[in-house]
Write a protein that binds this ligand. Structure first.
Ligand SMILES: [Zn+2]
Length: 144
């Protein structure tokens, strides 16, 4: 699963650069790539799961594989996918309806699809860094 781990790390580092306006679109494409990779991984695991069920049916023996672990890992991937998609939405500055999931424009007050009020759950924007130009790091500048 080396490739998948790389993808997760890429998604993380991309998320950490959220807010750097210059790299915004690069981050979005990176996150989209991550989302696609996670989706691929989910499909692969679902396929494996299906094959296991098929094989066990064909062989007539009861399923003695623990599916819990398989399902848990797929759930974890879905969760990761949600997180990545959420980050993409933040970068895109879209307001996703908490009720129906519709992508509304950033300044929408009500959902265009279901009419839910959107202002209530605002993503709090991280405050701008205090760039007041404090320069107190002149160690060893003690003029006698
Ligand atoms: Zn809605």
């Amino acid at each position: 699963m080396g490739v998948f781990e790389d993808v997760v790390i890429n998604a993380r580092s991309a998320a950490e650069t959220v807010g750097k306006e210059a790299g915004r679109w690069v981050d979005i494409s990176r996150l989209r790539f991550s989302a696609a990779e996670i989706q691929k991984e989910i499909s692969k695991r679902l396929e494996n799961l299906g094959r296991m069920v098929y094989d066990s049916r064909k062989s007539g023996s009861p399923v003695d594989i623990s599916f819990d672990g398989q399902i848990e890992s797929i759930d974890a991937l879905y969760k990761r996918l949600d997180e990545v998609n959420e980050k993409i939405n933040i970068l895109r500055k879209k307001t996703v309806c908490p009720k129906c999931g519709f992508d509304n424009a950033e300044d929408s007050v009500f959902c265009s699809r279901c009419g839910t009020k959107l202002g209530a759950e605002q993503n709090d924007q991280s405050p701008a860094p205090d760039a007041s130009g404090v320069d107190g790091s002149n160690a060893g500048d003690n003029s006698i």
